[in-house]
Design a binder for this molecule. Sequence first.
Ligand SMILES: [Zn+2]
Ligand SMILES: [Zn+2]
Length: 253
Amino acid sequence: MGGPLLWPAAEPWPMCREEHSDPDSASRPAPAVAMVPIVQVRRADAPSVPFPEGTDLLQVLWCPYEHGEFCYPLPRVHWRDSGAVGEVLPTPAPGPELPEDWYPARCAVHPEQVTEYPGWDLPDEVGDPLKGRFDELLAETGWRYFYHLADAPGIKLGGYPGWTQEPVWPDCEGCGNRMEHLLTVASWEFDGESWRTWLPEEDRVDPRVSDGRRWKEEAHNPAGLCLGDAGGVYIFECRTCPERPIGHWFDCS
Ligand SMILES: [Zn+2]
Ligand SMILES: [Zn+2]
């Protein structure tokens, strides 16, 4: 998360030249903004992600300013063959004027594959008949389906988008099909309820030696993000169209 990226010296660093809708004109960004690294993932670390043939590196960047009516950051997705990168371009440090909450601090990722189920994306005709079982589950274990068993909170590749609001799946402009979810960048890794099942074992501390504060500081928001009122940015792609166009959405509470 947050770079540095294995970026070839032969390619210019991506710049955003879109119009920014930041209402604070005093902090109005320069016309061209160097995009900031969001995630870099190697194919070997994400075996269930369908990398395009001949690539082994996924790189996502975005411009952290507000774009368009819904004020979301504007992402870019690059798939690469790491063996073909050659000389590496140093990753530029984010400018001091950039909104810090809107891009991740540098941190290492330790990917883990998990099984999850639809939350906001659970169709009523499936969810309604299950209500009784959700109630039983709660009575027996204290677990709520939507918090503890459905879609994983936090930053993730694949699976269901970690929506904060009603799902908004973009359609591909090329072929018209609904896009696939590639990446969710969430403000928090879990909340005051969902940590009970989604806090990784490695981040739990022995309650005998801690008051529980450590996991909150170190595991709850390691990337230092706060996307709006603690929402998420969702990046989608069309895997049918050869150039793999992307779509994106942002929501918060
Ligand atoms: Zn921009
Ligand atoms: Zn398409």
